[in-house]
Design a protein around this ligand. Structure first.
Ligand code: GDP
Length: 463
C-alpha cells in the first residue's frame, strides 16, 4: 500500500476530498494548546486502488497568527511521509499566491504528484483550470470532490504518476496470463501489473490449422519474402519451433507448429495432431493465425481451434488461404465472413483476410491485421472513459431487476490487458444475468473499438 497526502492552501476542499477517499467524516480536530496532534493516517479506497491517506486537513482551523508556520511544517512532514501528493487547487478561485507557495514545497520534494483542480463543476471554473497549469505540476485533473465528478480521472492520474507496479504491488502470477481459460463473467483474477504496450518486444505469432491448409507454405513465404528484401537469412534465426524475423521493422517471433510436430515425434494420425499442435502453439503465442483452406467448407475442427484461442484469451486472426483457387472471390468472402461471425460470436469483428500463401498475395494485409489485433488485445482504457460509458449504459439500458430488486452497478475498471479484462463493481454480482454481461461486452467492444479479441467482464461485490 502507498501513502497519499492531500496538500493545498485552506479552503480548496482538502477535507471534502479526504472524506471521499477515506469514506468517512473526520473527527473534529483538537487544537487545544499543548496537545500535539499526530497526523493521522486513514485507509482509503478509490475504485480498485487501496492506499492510505494522510490527514492534513485539520490545521486550517489553527489560530491565524500561527497558520502559515504551522501549515508549512505540517505540510512538509506530510509530504515527507507520502509516496504521492495530491495537490489541490480551487478552480473557481484560480491560482492564488498561497497556492504557488505550496506548489513550490511540493515541487521541491520531488515526490510524484497529481494536480487536481477542485470545484470544477462550478460555472466559470474554466479560467481557474487553465491557471492551475501555472502551478508547474503538470496537467490539472478537473474534479468535484463534493459531487464526485472527475474522480475516475483522479484514479487514473494517480496510477500514472505512481506507476502500475506501485499501485498494484501484488505479484502477478506469471502463469495466469498463459493459463487462464476463463470466459466472460468468470473470475478474471487479480489486477495485473503488466508493462505498457512495448513495440520493441517481438510479437509472438502462432500459425494453426488443419493439415494441408497451407501453414508451412504461409510461414515459408512470409520469411522468404523477408529474405528477398534483407538478403540471405539476414536477421532470421530459426530453431525447431520458432522463427525470428522482422516485418516492416516490427520484430516477430513465429511459432511453427509443423516444426513442433516434428519435434514431438508423435506418430499419430495427422488429423489428431493438428489440434494438439495448435494447443501447444497457442500457449506461446499472443496472436494466433487460423489458416483455413478456402476451397473446402469450414469444419468443426477449424472452429474448435478458434474457440480454444478465444477461451485461452489469445487474439485470433483468420487467414482464408488458397484464394488463388477461388473463382467467385466476392461472394465467397462474404459467405466465409458471415459464417465466421455466426460461428464465433465470442470474438465479434474477428479479422479474416483472404490470402494466397503460395503467391504471397494478401500477406501484407494479413500482417497488418495481426498487428492491429495485437494492439487491440493490449488496449487499456482509462477509468474515466469507462465510467462515462457506463453512465450512458445505466441511463438507457440499466441491468434488470432480479427477484424483484434492481442490480446496482457502481463502476467499472479495466484490471487487465492481453486480453482486456474489466471488473464491474456492483451489488449482488452473483445475480448478474449472463445476457446482460454479454450486452455490456458487445457495447464495450463497439464503444471502444475492440473488434475480434476476447473481452472479459467480471462482476464483483462492491463494498
Ligand atoms: P500445412 O500442412 O498446413 O503446413 O500445409 P502446406 O503448407 O504443406 O500446404 C498444403 C498444400 O497446399 C501444398 O500442396 C501447398 O502447395 C498447397 N498450398 C498452400 N497454400 C496454397 C495457396 O495459397 N494456393 C494454392 N493453390 N495452394 C496452396
Amino acid at each position: 500500500s502507498f501513502k497519499v497526502a492531500i496538500i493545498g492552501r485552506p479552503n480548496v476542499g482538502k477535507s471534502t476530498l479526504f472524506n471521499r477517499l477515506a469514506g468517512k467524516k473526520l473527527a473534529l480536530v483538537d487544537d487545544t494548546p499543548g496537545v500535539t496532534r499526530d497526523r493521522r493516517i486513514h485507509p482509503a479506497k478509490l475504485y480498485d486502488l487501496a492506499f492510505e491517506v494522510i490527514d492534513t486537513a485539520g490545521f486550517e482551523t489553527a489560530a491565524p497568527e500561527t497558520l502559515q508556520g504551522r501549515m508549512r511544517e505540517q505540510t512538509e512532514k506530510a509530504i515527507d511521509e507520502a509516496d504521492l501528493v495530491i495537490f489541490l487547487v480551487d478552480a473557481r478561485a484560480g491560482l492564488l499566491p498561497d497556492d504557488k507557495a505550496f506548489a513550490d514545497i511540493v515541487r521541491k520534494s520531488g515526490k510524484p504528484v497529481v494536480l487536481a483542480a477542485n470545484k470544477a463543476e462550478s460555472r466559470g471554473s474554466e479560467a481557474g483550470l487553465l491557471e492551475a497549469w501555472e502551478a508547474g505540476l503538470g496537467e490539472p485533473v478537473p474534479i468535484s470532490a463534493e459531487h464526485g465528478q472527475g474522480i475516475p480521472d483522479l484514479r487514473d492520474a494517480i496510477v500514472e504518476a505512481l506507476g502500475e507496479e506501485r499501485c498494484f504491488p501484488e505479484e502477478e502470477d506469471e502463469e495466469f496470463a498463459a493459463e487462464s481459460g476463463v470466459l466472460i463473467g468468470e473470475d478474471i483474477g487479480d489486477v495485473d501489473a503488466e508493462p505498457a504496450y512495448d513495440e520493441a518486444k517481438p510479437l509472438r505469432i502462432a500459425v494453426v490449422g488443419r493439415p494441408n491448409a497451407g501453414k508451412s507454405t504461409l510461414i515459408n513465404t512470409l520469411i522468404g519474402e523477408e529474405r528477398l528484401l534483407t538478403g540471405p537469412e539476414a536477421g532470421i534465426t530459426r530453431d525447431s519451433i520458432s522463427v525470428d524475423w522482422d516485418w516492416r521493422g516490427r520484430r516477430i517471433k513465429l511459432f511453427d507448429t509443423a516444426g513442433m510436430r516434428r519435434k514431438a515425434k508423435v506418430q499419430e494420425k495427422l488429423e489428431k495432431l493438428s489440434v494438439a499442435d495448435g494447443l501447444r502453439a497457442i500457449k506461446f503465442a499472443e496472436v494466433v493465425v487460423v489458416v483455413l483452406d478456402s476451397t473446402i467448407p469450414f469444419e468443426k475442427q477449424d472452429l474448435q481451434i478458434a474457440d480454444l484461442i478465444i477461451r485461452e484469451g489469445r487474439a485470433p486472426v483468420i487467414a482464408f488461404n488458397k484464394w488463388d483457387l477461388i473463382d467467385t472471390p466476392q461472394q465467397t468472402l462474404a459467405e466465409l465472413r458471415e459464417a465466421t461471425e455466426r460461428l464465433l460470436p465470442q470474438a465479434r469483428g474477428i479479422r479474416a483476410v483472404p490470402i494466397s500463401a503460395e503467391t504471397g498475395r494478401g500477406l501484407d494485409k494479413l500482417m497488418e491485421a495481426i498487428i492491429e489485433t495485437h494492439r487491440v488485445w493490449n488496449r487499456r482504457i482509462s477509468t474515466g472513459r469507462l465510467n462515462r460509458w457506463l453512465e450512458g449504459i445505466l441511463a438507457h439500458h440499466p441491468p434488470p431487476a432480479v427477484a424483484g430488486r434492481r442490480l446496482k452497478v457502481k463502476y467499472v475498471t479495466q484490471v487487465k490487458t492481453r486480453p482486456p479484462g474489466f471488473v464491474l463493481s456492483m451489488t449482488r454480482p452473483e445475480a448478474m444475468p449472463q445476457s446482460y454481461l454479454r450486452y455490456l461486452t458487445n457495447s464495450l467492444r463497439e464503444s471502444f473499438d475492440m473488434p475480434g479479441v476476447p473481452i472479459r467482464i467480471a462482476p464483483r461485490a462492491s463494498e
